[in-house]
Design a binder for this molecule. Structure first.
Ligand SMILES: [Zn+2]
Length: 109
């Protein structure tokens, strides 16, 4: 028996196990504590599935890091900015518009 995460007693007993069904990627297990009645559900996946999951987490973290890259403060930092304004012809360009502009590029980006 496993240790109950709620009361700490080694009294967590498996009460149900559903094998992997179509559309469900893992075996489902249900445990209940004989001491306090706490119940929990866990899913068992293969090592290959775990690696795929870890790869997805890494990809998600990379996307989040990319999305959090500091945005420019001003259109004047953009390579498309000229002394006549935005060379891409965006009439709303200027100042803080750079934060929302999908065409913004600078030397370091
Ligand atoms: Zn318990």
């Amino acid at each position: 028996m496993k240790v109950c995460p709620k009361c700490g007693t080694k009294a967590l007993r498996m009460t149900e196990m559903r094998p992997r069904a179509s559309g469900v990627p893992a075996n489902r297990m249900r445990r209940r504590c004989l001491n306090c009645g706490h119940g929990e559900t866990t899913y068992e996946i293969t090592a290959d599935q775990m690696k795929q999951f870890e790869d997805l987490l890494r990809l998600d973290a990379a996307v989040a890091a990319y999305m959090n890259v500091a945005k420019p403060d001003s259109c004047t930092d953009c390579i498309h900015w000229t002394r006549h304004g935005c060379s891409m012809g965006l009439p709303e360009a200027g100042g803080n518009f750079a934060n929302d502009c999908s065409l913004f590029e600078n030397e370091t980006a």
